[in-house]
Design a protein around this ligand. Sequence first.
Ligand code: HEC
Ligand code: HEC
Ligand code: HEC
Ligand code: HEC
Ligand code: HEC
Length: 244
Amino acid sequence: MVGTAKGLIMWYSRLFFVSLLLALVTSPAWADKCHECHKSRDFKVTNKKLYDYNVDFEVSVHGIAELECTDCHGGDATTDNFERAHKGVLDPVRYDKVPETCGSCHEEQHDAFVTSDHYKLLEKDGSAPSCVTCHGSMDMDFIFASRVKSTCQFCHNHESETYPEVPGQADFILSKINIIKGYKSFVEAHAKDKDLVKDLAVAYDQLTARWHSFDLDGVEAETRELLGEYRQAKAQAMKDRKDK
Ligand code: HEC
Ligand code: HEC
Ligand code: HEC
Ligand code: HEC
Ligand code: HEC
């Protein structure tokens, strides 16, 4: 619950402060008719796909963080009228709009992504991955290295001859990031030097955001460097734990 509350505070304070205040003043509860209608169990029989989308959403990081449908889709969440509710709901999730839609909350990833060739291609003709290619859309989840490798291979392979070395390099980087993640939780649990813990966590967030630039050589170098720093911090944290 703490993580959820923190996440909510983060984006409310950044972007939705005004609308939150308005909502508090003008209505007693969230007037989210979208979710209210979409969660109906009747759809399990009448529109299974629609039902599944909703279930996927509810158990996703975004569902748990209590995002509203309108955060990504727009539309009018105050009405039961089908036409009015759905006006324009597919526009913000069109492939070329997705980076901006997601980027309204995930600014660092967005800002790195727009520097990549992928972004330019996506805007031009859709021939590159967008946020949802790797993260899913309604079923938003953490990413797994194996899934990313096969995602890259779809376009980067020896037949297409466009950067066939890319999937291997991406896999290498992500496997190192996974090791860092393991060290990170150990260090956060046991290290005495809390300033170092904080600095390393900031560097970690910057690294995973930078990944989205697809400057793989630069990201690989930074990954190796941070792995070295975490390795040291972990050795120290093991000593700290023994000393306790
Ligand atoms: C209204 C704000 C908002 C929008 C729009 C949004 N997200 Fe999120 N996202 C969040 C919050 C809040 C979390 C919960 C974790 C957190 O606190 O960062 C989250 C978590 C995530 C995570 C898991 C990362 C982690 O640290 O656990 C990914 C991946 C993600 N979002 C991708 C996306 C993508 C892709 C889109 C666009 C389809 C998107 N988000 C749109 C607010 C948003
Ligand atoms: C009164 C019930 C109801 C409300 C309110 C409602 N929806 Fe829907 N929505 C549906 C149904 C039913 C469908 C499936 C329509 C179909 O399959 O043709 C649907 C379809 C959709 C689709 C897919 C559109 C498409 O063309 O395939 C999206 C996206 C969507 N809704 C989002 C929203 C959002 C966002 C809101 C609130 C702003 C909302 N809905 C409010 C019942 C509702
Ligand atoms: C974090 C952003 C985000 C949130 C929040 C979100 N969606 Fe979506 N939704 C998407 C994206 C992105 C797509 C994918 C479009 C695609 O695959 O082309 C999508 C697809 C859909 C579809 C299928 C549309 C189609 O093409 O058939 C439906 C239905 C839908 N959403 C309904 C909802 C409802 C209802 C809610 C609230 C309970 C909601 N969404 C919340 C991002 C979001
Ligand atoms: C080609 C695949 C790919 C694309 C495209 C992509 N991401 Fe990511 N994303 C990743 C990987 C890999 C990670 C790091 C995974 C990890 O943390 O282990 C990540 C991490 C994240 C995180 C969480 C950072 C963290 O702390 O772990 C967020 C939020 C996110 N991405 C949002 C986005 C948004 C927004 C877009 C579009 C602008 C996007 N991603 C596009 C693969 C992708
Ligand atoms: C939908 C197709 C598609 C997918 C999936 C895809 N790419 Fe790409 N990527 C491209 C295209 C097209 C280019 C540009 C090729 C050219 O310039 O000839 C490109 C270029 C690149 C470049 C070199 C250009 C730059 O921005 O530095 C890198 C690195 C790259 N991709 C990494 C990845 C990684 C890593 C993944 C998987 C996580 C991935 N790509 C997935 C289509 C894709």
